[in-house]
Every structure is written in structure tokens, then in C-alpha cells.
Design a protein around this ligand. Structure first.
Ligand code: ASP
Length: 421
């Protein structure tokens, strides 16, 4: 009997958690744990390396082809507006949830920064003002495409591929060979993704075993309230807010969505990287959720680099948490500043593990909080990163379905009014 890929992945998750618990119980220095974690390390590294191997050709070809084909249908403008509009609205909704929960539950009150002096001691936070961040972000957008491709710089690849897509459109028939080549490149890469997915159950099992075995439970317990607020609100956004937005626009039921999206959601959870998950996200959107390749090829790679609901929620909520620890009361205006900088920080964070931690320095500094305080969050970041990355990736898939529906609706209305005229 051959199990479906979904069942295999599910078994991988289960076994991974069980093995992790066993290793934690035995102690990570015990022979069995050491050997187990060593093999797990090899398997998970190969899995993530394989995903990264196809990532660059996939982002490059899918955006260039996606943009070129959008124009063919005269939809470019509508898709842009709908995509960016959705990204901003969904990230804002996530942050409102996070900030409201923090104001209600006040995690961190009662603890104080002095308790964490040893963690903060010797932690050298890099200064990152909003102005520094902007100039660095802008500077990173337009890069020699060969360097960007070679270094796997996803944001710069997205920008160059957008330019290429537009140039292909304007060039029309003249460049049809280049377009055909890119199209075939995209198909071939997706075929390879299909092969790599056979390793997913093992990769996911190995990643989860390592994650569970390496958790510092004592620290998690002392920050339990904060962890509960973050996980709770992020999941609320995932099972309530995003599915409601999806249902309101497309009438797609949440269960149908989660069934189609689960491979990508589990991969995101295990890898904590939207970029590494991107090949799987694209595959789920096109093959299981039936998003047209033109739309998915545009919305999903762009979303993987800039649309991060989970990260935005986390950065905003963590700023309030640190303020509580520091005994500082943030007023409405300061919370608005946190809201705006957290959105920019989430947009600017690359889709890699713990990226949100780096850009969070800027959010803390925007309201004068001590940047060193993120040293407290670093040890628990790996566990929180799982859930926020999963929701980041979920937002991208929901975005592609919503954009597809909005654009189709607009196109139908456009055709009707043209015929009426
Ligand atoms: N790990 C997240 C992602 O890849 C980014 C973050 O650290 O928040 O989407």
C-alpha cells in the first residue's frame, strides 16, 4: 500500500515530535540522541539545501513569466493594486490583533528587565534607525542580477525579474523565444520540486525532532504568558481572520483551503523560512488550490519576500512586551509608531529563520526601548518562528486566491461595461 504524500508528511510530523521528546528525555548528550540528532541534521540540511537549490530559478522564472503573461490579459495594473492592497490590509489586521491582545493581557508586567541582566549582558545590538533601514532596503533592491542570482538574494531577484517581465511585454513578439525559454525553465523547475517533495516527510521529521529536543523549557515557562499571547493571536489570525477574508471574497470554505495548503503550511512550520518553503507554496497554490500560474507566479514569490502577517504581529506585540518589562507605558501615539515601523520591518525582513529578530531592533528603537532586550527573546525565537512563518506563508496563498477572484470579477465587470457601451 502506498501512502499519499500528505499522510507521509503527517506521519513525519508525528514521528519528529516523538523523537524530539525522546531525545530531550534522554538528554542531548546521550549516545542515541547524539547519533539521532546527527543523522537528523544531515537529512534536514539536504532537504533545505534542495529547496534552496530550486528557489532561485523558480523565483526568477515565475515572476518574469507571471508578469509577462499578466500583461497579455491586460491585467497588470489590477493585479498590482489588488496584491499590494491585500498585503497591507492583512498585515494591519494581524498587528491590530497582536497589539490589542498585549494591551489586554499585558505580558511582561510583573517581570522586569533586571531579571534578565545576564542575558542582556554582552549582547551587542546593532543600531538600526528607520533612516538606516530605508537606505539599506533601497540599496538592496537593485543589484547586479548575476550577483543576486549567485548569492540567492531573493528581493533583488524579484526586482530584476519584474523588470524583465515588463520588458518582455513591451518587446512583444520580438522576444517570444526568451519568454518561451523562461516558461520551459519554470516548468522544469516545478518538476524538480515534485521530486524534492518526496524527501519532505523525512526532512520535516528531522527538523521537528531537532526543534523539540533543543527547547529550553525552563525559559519558555518563565516567558509563558508572552509565548501564549503570541501563539494564540497568531493562530487566531490564521484560523479566523485570514479564512474570513478569504470566504468573504471568494466563498472558499476554510477546510477546503487548509486541505489544499497543508503541505506548504507544515513545511513552513518546520523550516521557519518562507523562502525555503516557496517552491512548495507555489506548488500547493497552483496544483491544489487551483490558482492560475500567472497570478500565483506573481503574488506568491512577491508575498514570500514582503507579505508577513505573522512577523508583523510578532514585532508589534514584542515591542509592547519589552515596554512592559522595562516598565514603560506606551501611549496611543507611540503604539501607532510601533504599528508603522513593525509593518515596514516585516516587509523588509527576508524570508529566512529569525529574520524578524534582526529588523525588530528598529521597532524597539523607534520608541526608545533598549534594543539589547531582544537578547531575552532570542532563546525562544526558534519556537515562535515556526508559527509566524506558517502564517506568513498562509497569507501568501490566501492573497493569491483573493487577487485571482478580485481580478476575475473586475475583468468580468469591465467586459460587461464595454459590451454595454
Ligand atoms: N522566518 C520568517 C519567514 O521566513 C521571518 C521572520 O523571522 O519573521 O517568513
Amino acid at each position: 500500500m502506498r501512502l499519499s504524500l500528505n499522510t507521509q508528511i503527517f506521519l513525519g510530523v508525528l514521528l519528529g515530535v516523538l523523537l524530539g521528546l525522546l531525545f530531550a528525555q534522554l538528554g542531548t548528550e546521550a549516545t542515541l540522541s547524539r547519533h539521532g540528532l546527527y543523522v537528523g541534521g544531515l537529512v534536514s540540511t539536504v532537504f533545505i539545501d534542495l529547496l534552496k537549490m530550486v528557489l532561485v530559478p523558480l523565483v526568477f522564472t515565475s515572476i518574469a513569466v507571471g508578469v509577462a503573461n499578466l500583461r497579455l490579459h491586460q491585467q497588470m495594473h489590477r493585479v498590482w493594486v489588488a496584491t499590494l492592497g491585500f498585503f497591507v490590509v492583512s498585515m494591519a489586521a494581524a498587528m491590530v490583533l497582536g497589539l490589542t491582545a498585549c494591551n489586554l493581557f499585558e505580558p511582561g508586567k510583573g517581570l522586569n528587565l533586571a531579571m534578565f541582566q545576564t542575558a542582556m549582558h554582552g549582547f551587542d545590538a546593532k543600531q538600526m534607525t528607520l533612516a538606516d533601514f530605508f537606505s539599506k532596503f533601497l540599496h538592496g533592491l537593485f543589484v547586479n542580477p548575476f550577483a543576486a542570482l549567485a548569492q540567492g538574494n531573493v528581493l533583488a531577484i524579484v526586482m530584476f525579474a519584474l523588470f524583465l517581465g515588463v520588458a518582455l511585454v513591451l518587446g512583444g513578439e520580438r522576444y517570444r523565444t526568451v519568454l518561451a525559454l523562461l516558461q520551459e525553465g519554470l516548468e522544469i523547475t516545478l518538476r524538480m520540486v515534485g521530486w524534492i517533495m518526496h524527501l519532505a516527510p523525512f526532512g520535516i521529521m528531522a527538523l521537528l525532532a531537532q526543534l523539540v529536543a533543543s527547547q529550553n523549557t525552563a525559559l519558555l515557562a518563565s516567558l509563558a504568558k508572552f509565548v501564549a499571547v503570541i501563539v494564540g493571536t497568531t493562530l487566531l489570525h490564521s484560523v479566523l481572520v485570514l479564512p474570513l477574508m478569504l470566504y468573504a471574497v471568494t466563498r472558499i470554505k476554510p477546510l477546503a483551503f487548509f486541505r489544499g495548503a497543508r503541505e506548504a503550511l507544515i513545511t513552513a512550520f518546520a523550516t521557519s523560512s518562507s523562502s525555503a518553503t516557496l517552491p512548495v507554496t507555489l506548488r500547493c497554490a497552483e496544483q491544489h488550490l487551483h490558482v492560475k500560474p500567472d497570478i500565483a507566479g506573481f503574488v506568491i514569490p512577491l508575498g514570500a519576500t514582503i507579505n508577513m502577517d505573522g512577523t508583523a504581529l510578532y514585532e508589534a506585540a514584542a515591542a509592547l512586551f519589552i515596554a512592559n518589562l522595562a516598565g514603560v507605558e506606551l501611549n496611543a501615539v507611540q503604539q501607532l509608531i510601533v504599528f508603522c515601523t513593525a509593518m515596514i520591518a516585516a516587509i523588509g525582513a527576508p524570508g529566512i529563520p529569525s529574520a524578524g529578530m534582526v529588523t525588530m531592533v528598529m521597532v524597539l528603537q523607534s520608541v526608545g526601548l533598549p534594543a539589547e532586550a531582544i537578547a531575552i527573546l532570542l532563546p525562544i525565537d526558534r519556537i515562535l518562528d515556526t508559527v509566524r512563518t506558517m502564517v506568513n506563508v498562509q497569507g501568501d496563498m490566501i492573497g493569491s486566491l483573493i487577487v485571482q477572484k478580485l481580478v476575475a470579477g473586475d475583468a468580468a465587470r469591465g467586459t460587461r461595461s464595454r459590451t454595454a457601451n
